[in-house]
Design a protein around this ligand. Sequence first.
Ligand code: NDP
Length: 322
Amino acid sequence: MSDASTTTPEIRDTVILGSGCSGLTAAIYAARSNLKPLVLEGHEPGGQLSITTLVENFPGWPEGVQGPELIENMKKQAVRFGAELKLAHLTSADLSKSPYELTVGKETILTRTLIIASGASARWLNLPSEQALIGFGVSSCATCDGFFASGKEIAVIGGGDSAMEEAIFLTRFATKVTIINRTENFRASKIMLERALAHPQIEFLHNTVVEECLGVEDKDLKGLKLYNKKTGDRWTLPVSFMFLGIGHTPNASAFKGQIDLDADDYIKTNENVFVTLMGERLPGVYACGDVQDRRYRQAITAAGSGCMAALEVEKFLEEKGL
Ligand code: NDP
């Protein structure tokens, strides 16, 4: 008689880490190839889309679609073809073993191939009022939500290239953009900074931090309580939108030391190949979506790379006769 602790777990054909756009697209494709993928939904089930409101740039939705609805539909589509979704996140991974060994709490999962679609998490200020207003005037994605700032005065937080790029992009919609930088130094490249500085619709606040987002009761951002660290001044800036441009953290820490990461912990991609191919060292391991993409970070590009990863998995298993 065997008990649970001594039973060898079945070996999966493929496990997908993450249930955002890339992971779910990979799941749809892998499931349709009859690979019965297991999707570990991760810390943020549904990924960044699940905390967005209207998505207007996903092809096929002329009137736009709510981010959570889009994700829910992708989940249903994956499940319909045989994907197994599990509300769990990876505790650790051992890619030195064959098959690859994943640990989820007390459970061990063995898999021949692995698709890492664990995404990147936007950095937030982590103020309770900010968190309460995400989707109601607070956003970390100018491309997704910029249109809603049409005709409004808004703020962009940060002093790097993301903040400059977002601010310049948002001047297409907003009447005025205030960039709020917590120091007087900028991480942004000279050219981006100069463009922002020269823009007539952009103003800068230096040494300034947001202490509170106003409007929580009405679920509608009304303004920001600001504090100048140098002068000690406190005041309210009336804005209808706050965009965070303070960077993203790729969710790849479980693979540190096992997979090549760049200086900012994004999984390194092969040149000209959008999906990371780990090659001989880690055969059958692929990464797709934002965990390996610092450049595009769009739902559609994440979905596209998820599709590519699943096709690579299928090809890999076929070539190995598995
Ligand atoms: P960066 O890490 O370069 O900059 C982050 C900025 O946000 C810094 O000004 C930082 O301030 C600030 N910040 C971080 N945390 C907080 C906080 N809690 N409160 C207030 N401010 C905060 O990130 P980016 O996303 O801007 O850029 C990442 C990489 O991507 C860079 O290599 C960049 O060049 C690249 N990129 C390139 C683009 C392009 O070429 N078009 C566009 C976007 C990004 P502090 O300096 O005080 O830490």
